[in-house]
Design a protein around this ligand. Structure first.
Ligand code: SF4
Length: 93
C-alpha cells in the first residue's frame, strides 16, 4: 500500500520518466518540480528509509541521497562513540 502523501505529490500528474531522468538536465527539471511540492519532506525520508537508488525523490538526486545517507551514518557512528566514551568514563569513576 502506498503512503498517503504520495497521492498529494506533484509527480502524480507527471509522466513517471520525468522523475527517472537519464541525464543532469532531466534531474534539474525533476528537482524544480519537487521544489514546489508540499510533500517533499516525507517523500525524501521515504526514499532514504527504503534505500531507493533510482530517480529524483523529495528534490534529491540519487547522488544527493547517497551523500545524505553517508552523512547520517557518520553522525550515528560519532554519536555511538560519544555514548560509549561517556559510559566508559562513568564506569571508571
Ligand atoms: S517531492 Fe518530487 S518526487 Fe516527491 S512527491 Fe513531490 S514531486 Fe513527487
Amino acid at each position: 500500500m502506498e503512503p498517503n502523501w504520495m497521492a498529494r505529490g506533484l509527480c502524480a500528474d507527471q509522466p513517471p520518466e520525468t522523475f527517472f531522468p537519464s541525464d543532469g538536465v532531466g534531474v534539474e527539471v525533476a528537482k524544480r518540480i519537487c521544489a514546489t511540492c508540499a510533500v517533499s519532506e516525507p517523500c525524501l525520508e521515504y526514499a532514504l528509509e527504503n534505500r531507493i537508488d533510482h530517480g529524483v525523490w523529495g528534490g534529491a538526486s540519487e547522488r544527493q541521497r547517497r551523500r545524505i545517507l553517508k552523512a547520517r551514518r557518520k553522525d550515528a557512528e560519532k554519536a555511538d562513540k560519544e555514548r560509549s566514551g561517556i559510559a566508559r568514563r562513568v564506569r571508571i569513576r
